[in-house]
Design a protein around this ligand. Structure first.
Ligand code: NDP
Length: 243
């Protein structure tokens, strides 16, 4: 049966958009491993709720990622599908942004993709199959006040996607990005209500997106039948930014 034996790793897969992606992949018959960074309670509750195993490692840490992926491969088998979803914000205008805020966001949102892709790429090349989806952002496409670090990292992710897509094409490995608009998760709930109100007013669909609406895009891109879709960015943003 299609996809039955495919192994999928979702970074930041225990909460928010990542949780919806993990669950959608499980429901479609994938063997899923959900990674998380530090919120052990959320991860435990997620596993109890979904039956999906959770693996703690910091995606910003090269060696930790190698060890985490090795453990997943030992438990579930070689990784066929990698969804780079883990991400953080450390907002601040440039004239107040610290070097730490800059580095944390670049490491966690961009260098993380190097770390995870590097850990799975040899095996994908050997097996002539791979599906990589990087979760970018509307703010990587359009920029955003107070998010120089985040916009730079997410924009970098879109370039990363196109370059790796070219390298993977002859080996059956597709690499695509999804650029979500504003989705109703903890990350967006942290935005002050008066700011959020202004953002929603700019969304033609007239509401925040749902995590499940991003997961639907991931399922589409990672399907065995999606082998001709590579290097593309799928915007899922309620019409807020037409790129
Ligand atoms: P959440 O804050 O709800 O969840 C983030 C997830 O990432 C958690 O599982 C968290 O783990 C994990 N994570 C964070 N840092 C690390 C780390 N260093 N190592 C491993 N895991 C880590 O985020 P969202 O669901 O809102 O966002 C998911 C992705 O979508 C992000 O990349 C975000 O930038 C992007 N995005 C979100 C939008 C939105 O509107 N929500 C819009 C556009 C893009 P833990 O639980 O342990 O903290």
């Amino acid at each position: 049966m299609e996809n039955k034996a495919r192994v999928a790793v979702v970074t930041g897969g225990t909460r928010g958009i990542g949780e919806a992606i993990s669950v959608a992949l499980r429901d479609a018959g994938y063997k899923v491993a959900a990674n998380y960074g530090g919120n052990a309670q959320a991860a435990q509750e997620f596993t109890e709720r979904t039956g999906i195993p959770a693996y703690k490692f910091d995606v910003a840490d090269y060696e930790a990622v190698r060890a985490g992926i090795a453990q997943i491969e030992q438990d579930l088998g070689p990784v066929d599908v990698l969804v780079n979803n883990a991400g953080i914000t450390r907002d601040g205008v440039m004239h107040r942004m610290s070097a730490e805020q800059w580095a944390a966001v670049i490491q966690t949102n961009l260098t993380s993709c190097f770390n995870t892709c590097r850990a799975v790429i040899d095996s994908m090349r050997t097996r002539n199959f791979g599906r990589i989806v990087n979760i970018g952002s509307i703010n990587g496409q359009a920029g955003q006040y107070g998010q120089v670090n985040y916009a730079a990292a997410k924009s970098g992710l879109h370039g990363f996607t196109k370059a790796l897509a070219q390298e993977g094409a002859a080996k059956g490995i597709t690499v695509n990005a999804i650029a979500p608009g504003y989705i109703d998760t903890d990350m967006v709930r942290a935005v002050p209500p008066h700011v959020l109100e202004k953002i929603v007013a700019k969304v033609p669909v007239g509401r925040l997106g749902k995590a499940e609406e991003i997961a639907r895009g991931v399922l589409f891109l990672v399907a065995d039948e999606a082998g001709f879709i590579t290097g593309s960015t799928l915007s899922i943003n309620g019409g807020q930014h037409m790129y």
